[in-house]
Ligand binder design. Structure first.
Ligand code: HEM
Length: 484
């Protein structure tokens, strides 16, 4: 038997499981399942330095927590571990836990003010125009690859597209470059150069704020400055950073995970012959199976309460367990069952802090994956699936690389109209999601009743000025394949 507290066996003081160390680094999902078996939907656990925390593993328990701001807050200053110094500045999770004047850390009226400014600025964006840019940027990236006949879809595509799009959305397309992508990645990995990378990004953002204060343009930053909430320059900069980094990290993961699924999952590959899963459906399935953020640290109890049968004390910290909640056997008795039409996963959170950028994230992923499959319909994994590797932490799980090959082909005119039919303008912007399919007996329940599957999409309409040419059989097949 290992000695008590042996880090190699994942058990710490009190026999509690560690969410760090060799076992968690190689199989965190397995650690969560052991905790579920031992304790049920809410389990005591240990973070780095053996800081105690509750891991919320149940789907409905997670939803209850994020939707009950009277009992749980995102303000880490209320966490006992912060107050007693065990969660100090040198803790590996300090960068994501340390309080900042941003929507994600505040509650009540202050949250309404800051989040209201962000959502107001998003509402003012030309969503249809952005979708055109996503397509154009996707094709620019694919032009760089197309003649080689091989690529790493993580470092050559998934990590670049969201940064290109978000630099454009916030109003600094000229700042998109390899250095910006590297800086964002470096900042999130917590390396010794993370502080310099953060400074590089903040410098670009604060210069942009100064330019837009002097002269407004049509972009997210100008919209944010113009909101009635009247954010200060510091607040504008902090929210630009939040939006840029949240969008970059989560959407890059989503694209990489969805592409892996498209390349390896027989349900998707079979669609050419049998028609089982479209791109938006693959994205949604991937949000269930491999959520871009696996967990958030965290939520903090404002009062003594109960959750999942556990006694939670005021000041306790809780992990919002997105990945374990998504595989809770109560909502997914059969993990192999298809989740088509069911959007009640936890990938975008819920309650007052639910991700306000999810439609932008979905649009970047849908359009990017779609563009890639249109350009390289013969794309195939260049290694065996078992050779794929991930970098894991409690917060997220990144595919390290996704090597593929395809037949070399010439670059394409990226200004050309990308599709025979363009999406019609919509309020909800979930333009490419297919209508939910009728539930089959294998369909799991939809517990998140307040956020059911989106409304069925309006059929695509042809642009008035550009008559749609009659589609050939291949084109019709591709159009159907893409879920339109
Ligand atoms: C696939 C992509 C994305 C995923 C999976 C994702 C996921 C999340 C999650 C889990 C949260 C936290 C919820 C909580 O605290 O309980 C969040 C918050 C947030 N996200 Fe996203 N996100 C994505 C893309 C984006 C994009 C593209 C933007 C901006 C354009 C964005 C902006 C934000 C902001 C501002 C918050 C803080 C909201 C608040 O605290 O009120 N996200 N996101």
């Amino acid at each position: 038997m290992p000695p008590p507290g042996c880090p190699a066996h994942g058990l710490g003081p009190g026999g509690l499981r560690r969410l760090y160390g060799p076992e968690a680094d190689t199989d965190l999902a397995g650690v969560y399942e052991k905790m579920r078996a031992d304790h049920g939907a809410v389990a005591p656990a240990l973070l780095h330095n053996d800081v105690p925390i509750w891991a919320v593993l149940g789907h409905s328990e997670n939803l209850h927590m994020v939707r009950t701001p009277s009992q749980y807050t995102r303000d880490a200053r209320q966490w006992r571990a912060v107050q007693d110094g065990s969660m100090g500045a040198d803790h590996p999770l300090a960068p994501v836990v340390t309080w900042q004047p941003m929507a994600s850390f505040v509650e009540g009226d202050e949250h309404k003010r800051l989040r209201g400014a962000v959502t107001g600025a998003m509402a003012g964006l030309d969503h249809r125009g952005i979708r055109r840019y996503i397509n154009r940027y996707s094709n620019l990236l694919l032009n760089d690859l197309c003649q080689d006949g091989k690529a790493d879809l993580v470092s050559d595509f998934a990590e670049h597209l969201p940064m290109m799009v978000m630099c454009h959305v916030i109003g600094m397309p000229e700042e998109y470059n390899e250095r910006m992508v590297q800086a964002a990645r470096d900042m999130l990995r917590g390396t010794e150069t993370a502080i310099a990378s953060n400074a590089y990004i903040m410098d670009a953002l604060m210069r942009l704020v100064a330019r837009r204060r002097a002269k407004a343009e049509e972009d997210f930053t100008s919209n944010l400055i113009a909101q009635p909430e009247q954010l200060t320059d510091t607040e504008v900069g902090a929210h630009l950073r939040l939006v840029l980094i949240a969008a970059y990290e989560a959407t890059a993961n989503l694209i990489a995970n969805a592409l892996r699924m498209v390349l390896t999952d027989p349900r998707f590959r079979a669609q050419l012959s049998g028609g089982q899963m479209t791109v938006p459906e693959a994205i949604e399935q991937s949000l269930w199976d491999e959520p871009p953020f696996s967990a958030m640290v965290g939520y903090f109890a404002k009062q003594d309460t109960q959750l999942g049968g556990q006694e939670i004390k005021a000041g306790d910290g809780l992990i919002f367990g997105i990945a374990p909640g998504n595989v809770d056997p109560v909502v997914r008795p059969d993990l192999a069952a298809n989740m088509q039409g069911n959007r009640s996963h936890l990938a975008f959170g819920g309650g007052p802090h639910e991700c306000p950028g999810q439609d932008i994230g979905r649009a970047i992923a849908d359009t990017g994956v779609d563009a890639l499959l249109m350009r390289f319909p013969d794309v195939e994994l260049a290694v065996d699936e078992s050779e794929l590797r991930w970098n894991s932490s409690i917060l997220s799980r990144h595919l390290v690389s996704l090597p593929v090959h395809f037949a070399p082909r010439p670059p394409q005119d990226v200004m050309a109209r990308p599709m025979a039919r363009v999406p019609s303008a919509r309020d909800d912007w979930q333009v490419s999601s297919p209508p939910p399919r009728p539930a089959t007996p294998a369909q799991p329940p939809t517990p998140k009743t307040a956020a059911p599957a989106g409304p069925p999409p309006v059929p695509e309409s042809a642009p008035a000025a550009a008559p749609v040419p009659r589609q050939g059989a291949w084109r019709r097949l591709v159009t159907w394949w893409r879920g339109y």
